[in-house]
Design a binder for this molecule. Structure first.
Ligand code: ADP
Length: 783
């Protein structure tokens, strides 16, 4: 037994015998001189003393005359049950002794063995003290258990204690509520009923590897009674008893929402990454001012061959791999981004890992987030194929230009050779013809009939040769722009009649009927008489040449039906006709239909070419209607008045000053000038009458230049257009280029350059001027 403090401070003695009381007092005082000994001998005194309290122990005689010892014991047990109660009495039987102990007495001492008294008191006091202490401890334990239970039960975390076999020893309220089980149900459960099967293995590992040391972290999935999955996170620790695992303690919390959010976030990051990496361009981000890359998409690796880690890992990686010629520009543009100038886009070259050069277009923007350090981000698009195509086009263009120049030079050489040759032939031919004439006229002596016939053939050959040479000379004059017309008012009717009369004998010689039909009262028209005679003679010559004997040729001259402003001439024959596939070519220079028919006399293929050029120089047009074997009809029209020969210009510009300036300038150069203040007005004007040349501004209200040009190309085909703009390299220009070709004049443009450009276009297209003059007009009817 533990040694306790056993010095009593106050003892109550119930004894009726004074001697015995005195004896007791002495024994007690001898042992505990400090102790107060309260002596009572009656029931009342006993009760009063008890009420006063403070007694550490009660000593009582067993048999008192008026107050039985057992009654005193009952009173004491009722009032102060914790105070030890000892009987000190004379001899009592064993039965009584047992009964008194049963009734609650602590011990008993016989008066004749008082030596036992002090040890008995000591033992009783110790026991009492021990009992009090035990009760206090028990009360404390109860209290702390309640506190812990309260703590666990009200914790929001889920708490479970599980045996090594998986049975639940304890689960707290949060656990039961979250997993939807009642306490009774939990008692029937195993931990494996509530843990997701995927985590059973891990759970077993925890049981096996459990040690009493640190709690280990754990995460897994629990299943509620109704099968809902619960992501949990927490820790597991083990409790050992006698060196054996007694239980595992689990404290965890529900992280389902956070887990699902994380899963959703991961999924969205994966989606975003897949998107960024699938973009056909390098998406990137870099810090400023270091230009160190913090992100670059996978495309960087695919396009340039360097691993993504090098882009983001090596400072200055991007700069170091830019083509040295483009480096400064690219770095300066990126570094110059500011709040005011947030976007840039530029083109530059980078050097790929395989040594090739990659052209990139980088679209860059500045990014400042919540006052953080500025960053730039962008997307680099591979434009190498475009750049290569552009270079190829440039090369081809240069080659074409060189070839064109070469062709032009050779053409000029040929022209000048023709010209020289024709002149060189003409002089000896003229003298040969003259001498033949002298011989035929008998000026060199008499000529017999046979000689006369031979000389006639020689003279005719000279004539044919002269026609040929003249045609060749005319063709070179036309090619070099040296053919000038002398236009005078001439009666077309007379001219036709004269040519028909001249050709009459030839037709008659071939048994061909040649007649003419001229509308009476035709007005004089601006005509070069010599050249027009040449045109009609050529057509008649061909008609006679390609019409067999017995055929008929009719020449008509009249006003063009439905077009009173035009004169209409036709030469109709009943000859061999022309196959459709040749009809569109027969007016081309040197074009001939190879005749299988040996009877036809072959020319050089210049006749119809000269006809077309001369008619168009008159401001007219020529065409053929023919059917193989059915004869041909060649028609041409000529303008009745001089004014129709002037070129029509349409100026479309929204600037009234520019309109005024151009009107005056071009009118002074004898052009018919009309003006329009925007695209819409311009198109209306064109519908009223098509011009020969359009001068078009690009930046205009209502209908812009490019949109107007689009309409022009749709309705008027390749009509010549001069784009007259101050924005020669802007977006409008790019749009306009889709409807090229056109000539470009950059505003402000000197007056002489405008006039010279118009002239050049006119010269280049002068042989086709009527075509454009009357673009869209139906061809005058034949009848
Ligand atoms: P050529 O000197 O060969 O006559 P042209 O330019 O005058 O050259 O004519 C070109 C071709 O057109 C001729 O080769 C001929 O086949 C054809 N042709 C011209 N006029 C007629 C016609 N009236 N009838 C049939 N074919 C014609």
């Amino acid at each position: 037994m533990k040694h306790l403090v056993t010095s009593p401070r106050r003892l109550l003695v119930l004894e009726d015998c004074l001697d015995d009381a005195e004896l007791l007092r002495r024994s007690l005082s001898a042992e505990w001189p400090e102790c107060e000994i309260v002596h009572v001998s009656t029931e009342a005194g006993f009760k009063t003393a008890l009420e006063q309290g403070g007694c550490d122990l009660i000593l009582s005689d067993y048999s008192l005359p008026c107050f039985a010892g057992l009654s005193a014991l009952a009173v004491a047990r009722e009032r102060c049950p914790e105070v030890p109660f000892l009987f000190v009495s004379g001899a009592i039987g064993d039965g009584v002794a047992v009964e008194s102990l049963k009734a609650g007495a602590t011990d008993y001492v016989l008066k004749d063995r008082l030596a036992r008294l002090i040890p008995a008191i000591r033992r009783a006091l110790n026991e009492a003290q021990e009992c009090v202490r035990r009760k206090q401890a028990e009360a404390q334990l109860r209290q702390s258990e309640e506190q812990y239970r309260d703590l666990f039960e009200n914790a929001t975390d889920l708490i479970q204690s599980v045996t090594p076999e998986g049975r639940f020893l304890y689960v707290n309220r949060a656990w039961r509520q979250t997993l939807d089980y009642t306490e009774a149900e939990v008692a029937q459960l195993s931990v494996f009923d509530v843990i997701h099967p995927e985590y059973h293995e891990i759970c077993r590992d925890h049981f096996q590897s459990a040690n009493s040391g640190e709690a280990s972290a754990w995460e897994g999935i629990f299943l509620t009674k109704y099968g809902r999955q619960l992501y949990v996170e927490g820790n597991v620790s083990a409790r050992f008893e006698s060196g054996k695992l007694a239980a595992t303690r689990w404290i965890f919390h529900d992280v389902t929402e956070a887990k699902l959010a994380t899963v959703a976030l991961k999924r969205s990051i994966r989606r975003y990454e897949a998107l960024v990496n699938s973009v056909d361009g390098i998406v990137w981000q870099a810090d400023l001012p270091s230009l160190r890359f913090s992100f670059v998409s996978q495309q960087a690796e695919r396009l340039l061959g360097y691993p993504v880690s090098r882009w983001t890992g090596e400072p200055g990686f991007w700069q170091d791999h830019i083509h040295p010629e483009d480096r400064e520009k690219a770095v300066t543009l990126c570094s110059s981004l500011t709040e005011q100038q947030k976007y840039q886009n530029f083109e530059y070259r980078m050097l790929a890992a395989d040594g090739s050069v990659v052209w990139l277009r980088d679209i860059v923007s500045l990014r400042i987030e919540n006052g953080g350090a500025p960053q730039i981000q962008g997307i680099m698009v591979n434009i190498t194929p475009r750049k290569q195509a552009e270079a190829k086009v440039r090369r081809i263009q240069q080659e074409l230009e060189a070839t064109n120049k070469d062709l032009l030079r050779r053409n000029q050489e040929i022209q000048s050779f023709y010209h020289t040759l024709s002149h060189e032939l003409k002089t000896p031919l003229t003298s040969a013809r003259e001498f033949i004439s002298i011989l035929m006229d008998g000026l060199a002596g008499p000529v017999n009939e046979t000689q006369m016939e031979y000389l006639g053939i020689a003279k005719e050959s000279c004539n044919q040769l002269r026609v040929c040479i003249n045609d060749l000379l005319d063709a070179t004059r036309l090619e070099t722009g040296k053919m000038a017309l002398e236009l005078k008012p001439v009666s077309l009717a007379n001219l036709v009649q004269r040519v028909v009369a001249t050709m009459g004998p030839r037709a008659a010689g071939k048994q061909i009927v040649l007649r003419h039909q001229v509308q009476p009262g035709l007005p004089d028209a601006p005509i070069d008489e010599h050249r027009m005679t040449q045109v009609i003679s050529n057509l008649l010559n061909n008609a006679i040449k390609y019409t067999p004997p017995g055929g008929e040729i009719v020449v008509t001259a009249r006003e063009a039906p439905a077009h009173p402003e035009l004169l209409h001439v036709s030469v109709r024959d009943t000859g061999c006709g022309i196959a459709k596939e040749h009809q569109e070519h027969i007016f081309d220079r040197l074009y001939q239909v190879k005749a299988g028919d040996a009877t036809t006399e072959q020319g050089v293929g210049l006749g119809l070419y000269l006809c077309r050029e001369l008619v168009q120089l008159h401001g007219g047009n020529i065409w053929v209607d023919s059917e193989l074997g059915q004869g041909s009809t060649f028609c041409f029209v000529l303008p009745k008045s001089q004014q129709m020969l002037q070129s029509n210009l349409l100026v479309i510009d929204d600037d009234p000053d520019v309109l005024d300036m151009l009107r005056q300038l071009l009118a002074a150069e004898q052009y018919n000038v009309r003006t329009a203040r925007d695209g819409q007005e311009g198109l209306q004007e064109m519908r009223r009458q098509a011009p020969d040349i359009v001068l078009l501004d690009l930046k205009m209200p209502n209908l812009s230049g490019p949109a107007t040009l689009k309409e022009i190309r749709k309705d008027w085909g390749q009509i010549p257009v001069i784009v007259h703009t101050a924005f020669a390299d802007g977006e409008l220009m790019k749009q306009a280029l889709a409807f090229s070709p056109f000539t470009l004049l950059a505003k402000p443009c000197p007056a002489e350059q405008v006039v010279e450009t118009v002239r050049k276009i006119q010269r280049a297209g002068d042989t086709a001027i009527w075509k454009r003059n009357h673009y869209g007009l139906p061809r005058p009817s034949m009848k």
